[in-house]
Write a protein that binds this ligand. Structure first.
Ligand SMILES: Nc1nc2c(ncn2[C@@H]2O[C@H](COP(=O)(O)OP(=O)(O)O)[C@@H](O)[C@H]2O)c(=O)[nH]1
Ligand SMILES: [Mg+2]
Length: 330
């Protein structure tokens, strides 16, 4: 790694690592190329960026050709993150969307009421999270369109009817269908890592709905036993409202994000609008989110948070926690 990479380049590189869509990746790579000092020491890096760019541009062209088919299924991301609700027919996805957001999906006791994805915005404390209700995924059907929603979302909530005697068949079917489509579901505690080419990791949560029905309890026990190590299993009832507040929090944690509040020197912190960053983000990631110039200009920073003394000075690589207040000094 050449030693003289500029903060602008490093900021662009961070953007590239976080980029999800081909379009975002191309934009970040172009910025990396533009900010890379061009000399002998960076020749390899220059070539590497160029080759990645040309591959992605080809991919973009192909996606343009194929993409049309799933257009009605593409939901533009809004808010702090996008979580797609997937599950078998009648598990209560639409009911949950109606309870958690202002969206008004059609709900009925007959299956397949929902035919196209419907987004809604869920409030969690001071941020909004986008939930997407989807048509049901049938067992073993490998429904491509719903799975493509899972690929494009930040996280997946698997909604199950815990009172259904077939609940285990449903979850096995779903997890294996999703795996076949090269999406790897991971639990809240695992870190997102780079795995096989073309396989994407998505955090997932199991929602055991309909716990108001007496038969559900035994099934929830089995679900926790079999899947509790891997995923958080959240018990709820869209009917009675039980567990809904915990579900909001669990959905937030499934996104793998933290909220950080900016404070200008000599002023009270802005507690209205937090910045949302990936879990594990550092002071310098926050500085880049506030303004890219801060990456270069940052002299020092003070912070308030549960794991540090009030107003402690923190280093550039200090890992921030949810709820931090940070004062940047240029
Ligand atoms: N008892 C009970 N019924 C529910 C619950 N959630 C949904 N339902 C019912 O289950 C049926 C299917 O719900 P819906 O939300 O349309 O499921 P979807 O197909 O997954 O979208 C409807 O009759 C709902 O009223 C729940 O928590 N408890
Ligand atoms: Mg529905």
């Amino acid at each position: 790694m050449p030693a003289n990479l500029t903060p602008d380049f490093l900021a662009a590189q961070a953007k590239y690592r976080e980029a999800k869509t081909t379009e975002e990746k191309i934009a970040a790579l172009e910025e990396m190329y533009a900010t890379l000092p061009k000399h002998k020491g960076t020749e390899k890096l220059q070539a590497d960026i160029k080759s990645r760019l040309s591959k992605l541009r080809n991919k973009e062209k192909q996606e343009g050709k194929r993409g049309k088919r799933y257009d009605e299924f593409h939901v533009p991301r809004q808010g702090a993150g996008q979580i797609v609700l997937v599950g078998p027919p009648n598990s209560g996805k639409s009911s949950l969307l109606a309870r958690l957001t202002a969206a008004r999906p059609e709900i009925a006791e007959y299956p397949y009421t929902t035919r196209t994805p419907l987004p809604g915005m869920m409030e969690f404390e001071d941020i909004m999270i986008q939930l997407i209700d989807t048509p049901p995924v049938t067992l073993g059907g490998g429904d491509r369109s719903v799975i493509s929603l899972a690929r494009n979302a930040d996280a997946v909530a698997i909604v199950l009817d815990a009172s259904d005697p077939c609940v285990l068949d449903h979850i096995e079917g779903l997890v294996s269908d999703i795996a076949k489509s090269r999406v790897r579901l991971i639990g809240n505690k695992e870190m997102l890592d780079v795995c096989e080419q073309g396989v994407v990791s998505r955090r997932a949560l199991l929602v055991a709905n309909k716990v108001d029905i007496p038969d559900a309890q035994a099934n929830v026990g089995v679900l926790i036993e079999l899947y509790g190590d891997r995923f958080v299993v959240q018990e709820v009832s869209a009917l009675s409202g039980e567990g809904l507040e915990d579900l909001r929090r669990a959905l937030f944690h499934t996104l793998g994000i933290i909220r950080v509040y900016a404070k200008q020197p000599g002023k009270p912190p802005d507690l209205e609008k937090p910045f949302t960053l990936e879990v594990g983000s550092t002071l310098i990631d926050f500085a880049a989110a506030v303004h890219k110039d801060f990456v270069r200009k940052l002299r020092m920073a003070k912070a308030w948070g549960r794991d540090i003394p009030d107003g402690a000075q923190i280093a550039r690589d200090h890992i921030l926690q949810d709820g931090y207040i940070v004062e940047l000094h240029a």
